[in-house]
Design a protein around this ligand. Structure first.
Ligand SMILES: CC(C)(COP(=O)(O)OP(=O)(O)OC[C@H]1O[C@@H](n2cnc3c(N)ncnc32)[C@H](O)[C@@H]1OP(=O)(O)O)[C@@H](O)C(=O)NCCC(=O)NCCS
Length: 302
């Protein structure tokens, strides 16, 4: 049987790898009893994948069989934190050690970049969970993927402090990172600079009377996250701000990912008829951050 070859991912691989990712996620959705056709298939590289590949190219690995990509891993390191952003293997070659080898290469490259602590948003797939646990990560909390009506966010509490619109200029990425250090446990100016520069991403921040940030929220017309806040209640005010802007843009539904330990947001949204689409699992090698006042952007960028 032909053997699998491995090499680093190049920017021109990202289109075909996005399709491979879509096929692997459809396969997983069907296993979980969800409708696979609701998962879009695309050949267009996603902007976050391009950004992450540019910042950490050594962490992106591709597996090839007979000249065709059959799997890939991707990751990033910020402030000594390694995050696995992608691990997908085509269903035709599952169970042959490809996933484990891709994971090993991405992890080793993270260590070489100085990472000392590790985090992964795992799918519900037992093979993935088993690989991550054997790598030394511990399941910490579930991550609920929720979907609901934008108008339901309008009933959340109104912000009591001044509302700002951060931009890619004027030192905003530093200010957002100052808050991350307290809430998320690490700094990542480079990612804020990316989100603030993307035309399809919008941002709002709450500022206290002393000028310090109380929280921020990033959103697109149909998605919210990341969101970080000094207090649990400020999260609800930020969600309301995002919902208002989304309603003005004509959006009807919104998706977001809520940590199982973030009871404030989880209860507020389920009380307002949000539905759980599926549940992932956050695993880390050590505890970090305050995820009771944080909503990730998703599995890729945490
Ligand atoms: C998860 C995924 C990447 C794994 O790729 P793969 O090439 O099939 O994985 P491997 O063959 O290298 O390893 C799978 C391991 O899971 C183990 N495993 C399988 N079922 C298991 C179970 N029920 N309990 C414990 N371990 C199990 C296997 O024993 C194997 O380990 P081993 O080779 O040491 O015996 C692949 O299944 C995939 O793409 N799934 C869909 C998308 C997904 O969930 N991606 C993860 C996103 S976080």
């Amino acid at each position: 049987m032909e053997s699998v070859g491995y090499r680093n991912v190049r920017e021109e691989d990202l289109g075909p790898l996005r399709r491979l990712q879509g096929e692997a996620i459809r396969w997983l959705a069907a296993r979980e009893g969800r409708d696979p056709s609701l998962i879009p298939l695309s050949d267009e590289p996603s902007p976050p994948a391009r950004h992450l590949l540019r910042t950490d190219p050594a962490l992106w690995w591709l597996a090839e069989l007979g000249g065709r990509p059959v799997g890939f891993s991707g990751g990033w390191v910020r402030d000594q934190l390694w995050v696995l952003s992608n691990l997908f293997v085509h269903p035709d070659v599952h169970g042959r050690g490809v996933g484990q080898e891709l994971l090993r290469r991405c992890f080793a490259a993270g260590r070489a970049r100085g990472a000392r602590i590790d985090a992964i948003v795992s799918s519900s797939h037992v093979s993935a969970q088993s690989l991550y646990i054997r790598l030394g990560l511990v399941p910490r909390f579930p991550l609920f993927v929720l979907q609901g009506l934008v108008e339901a966010l309008a009933a959340l509490p109104e912000p009591a402090s001044s509302v700002k619109r951060p931009t890619a200029r004027a030192g905003w990425s530093r200010k957002l990172s100052d808050l991350d250090e307290m809430v998320w446990g690490r700094r990542r100016e480079i990612d804020h600079q990316f989100w603030l520069g993307e035309p399809y991403v919008d941002c709002r921040a709450l500022q206290g009377e002393d000028g310090a940030l109380l929280g921020y929220v990033f959103f697109t017309p149909d998605h919210i996250g990341p969101l970080a806040a000094r207090t649990r209640r400020a999260q609800l005010q930020l969600l309301r701000l995002a919902g208002q802007a989304q309603m003005e843009a004509g959006s009807e539904t919104v998706r977001l990912q809520v940590p199982g330990i973030n009871g404030t947001v989880l209860k507020a949204l389920l009380d307002r008829r949000f539905r759980i689409d599926h549940v992932n699992l956050v695993m880390t090698s050590l505890p970090f951050g305050r995820f009771d006042r944080y909503l990730p952007s998703g599995g890729m960028m945490l």
